[in-house]
Write a protein that binds this ligand. Structure first.
Ligand code: IMP
Length: 427
């Protein structure tokens, strides 16, 4: 019963897509467990680039069933565009399954997302404006629309007649915005229903069948632990549960099936949007990391905030998720930087802290405590065996293992599938 949870250990964008794509080669199923089209990544293989927002990265392996799980919120229009883009790039989507339990981002959700953000003023979160927060809020309020509703036009109409007045009241009275009409949404969603029908089903029997046959299943998380609604830097978080517990709920799989929780950590830290980021670097080093690491949002194109590796954040991620193996990505981006700094904890108001504090104001104003490690000149992007890495690069990897409390099994040194060092294949 080898279920592997693939979880982001920082603020998202750790390179989970590449890692999932790699693991999917030997997996029968990949389930995307939460988040929406706020996420995005690119997989490069054989010189071709494939862009993903909602479809699990495993789709590039024709024998792997890829499920968009019940914990996801999806914008049908964005999903259809993505499907078309992937097909045009040469992917076969015959193995794609969309859970009828997944919720949909309705046309009013992105509009409300933008107005709510603007209304927050200086306290805005920096959302992706994709309507993810409003869609999850409606799910919890039990006024959400699920993918399975697409096949029930009369139910859709009845429910829209109840929900739309609630939404329009806010849009018109609070924000002076134009209302949505039932007829227009029905027409739009009738078309989506027709085009998405081949993919929509209840994945329950498929998942249970795979578990019974002890097939390998990868749970693909989106975002990262520090953006988790409960465990992250609230309120500067997303509206779902990117942690390991969220992956299980979002896929409909119980914990006894899990064999490995693989944490994906970038060799430095990035964050998009607002909120505390103790190791942030804004000067020349920040620009260097952003350019070397191509740190621009896949979904929004926003420049990502960048900084040193924060071992206190990573250790927290290892502990709250039960991470027992780590994939360390983008080590090559640190080529030529000397020394390389690692944050090992914080000081706030004269008190030392070993993990990120729940008090956001303390985390915002704390002082990171750094350890300096020797750098290496590089380039390391052509290295494929661990012993062939420069000693200082190995020293960095091994010090991170010590600091965060879990072993690093994969080291990524470039965007291509091939640019991956497996530690087991030569420590
Ligand atoms: P939302 O998920 O669009 O509501 O945005 C909430 C916060 O999560 C913002 O700071 C976003 O920048 C951040 N966020 C959402 N999705 C991702 C992602 O895939 N990678 C990194 N940050 C994300």
């Amino acid at each position: 019963m080898p279920v592997v949870i693939c979880v982001g250990g920082q603020w998202g964008d750790e390179g989970k897509g590449k890692v999932v794509d790699l693991l999917a080669e030997s997996a029968e199923m990949v389930i995307r467990s939460q988040g929406g089209n706020n996420a995005g990544h690119t997989v490069v293989t054989g010189g071709r680039e494939f862009r993903f927002n909602l479809v699990p990265a495993g789709i590039l392996h024709p024998a792997t069933t890829c499920v968009i799980g019940n914990g996801v919120v999806l914008d049908p229009k964005v999903l259809l565009d993505e499907i078309e883009g992937l097909v045009a790039a040469g992917a076969d989507l015959g193995n794609l399954v969309i859970s009828e339990r997944a919720h949909m981002i309705m046309p009013y959700h992105p509009v409300l997302d933008r107005y709510e953000e603007e209304a927050r003023g200086d306290d805005r979160l920096g959302t992706t404006y994709r309507g993810v927060g409003p869609a999850y809020s409606d799910k919890v309020r039990r006024i959400g629309f699920r993918v399975g509703d697409l096949g029930k036009p009369r139910f859709l109409e009845k429910k829209l007649n109840f929900v739309l007045p609630l939404k329009n009241a806010v849009l018109e009275r609070l924000y002076g915005a134009p209302p949505f009409t039932v007829d227009a949404i029905l027409a739009e969603f009738t078309d989506y229903a027709r085009r998405l029908r081949p993919y929509i089903r209840d994945p329950f029997p498929l998942v249970q069948g795979a578990l019974a046959r002890e097939e390998r299943i990868i749970l693909e998380g989106a975002q990262g632990t520090m953006l988790d609604l409960d465990l992250g830097t609230y309120p500067y978080v997303t509206s779902s549960y990117p942690s390991a517990g969220g992956a299980l709920a979002g896929a409909g799989i119980g914990p006894r099936h899990v064999t490995t929780t693989l944490g994906v950590l970038k060799a430095y830290t990035t964050r998009v949007g607002y909120g505390p980021f103790p190791t942030e670097q804004e000067g020349a080093l920040g620009t260097h990391l952003r350019e070397q690491g191509h740190e621009y949002g896949t979904t929004t194109g926003r420049p990502r905030r960048v900084g040193w590796f924060d071992a206190a954040v990573a250790r927290y991620g290892v502990q709250v998720n039960g991470i027992d193996a780590i994939a360390l990505t983008k080590l090559d981006v640190l080529d030529g930087i000397d020394p390389v700094r690692v944050c090992i904890g914080y000081r706030s108001k004269g008190v030392a802290h070993a993990h990120p504090m729940a008090n956001i104001s303390h985390l915002k104003h704390c002082e990171p405590v750094y350890e300096d490690l020797p750098g290496w000149p590089g380039p390391i992007s052509a290295v494929r065996r661990y012993p062939d890495l420069p000693p200082a690069a190995r020293g960095y990897v091994e010090r991170i293992e010590e600091l965060v409390g879990a072993g690093i099994t994969h080291v990524s040194v470039g965007p291509d599938r091939e640019q991956t060092i497996l530690r087991s294949a030569g420590r």
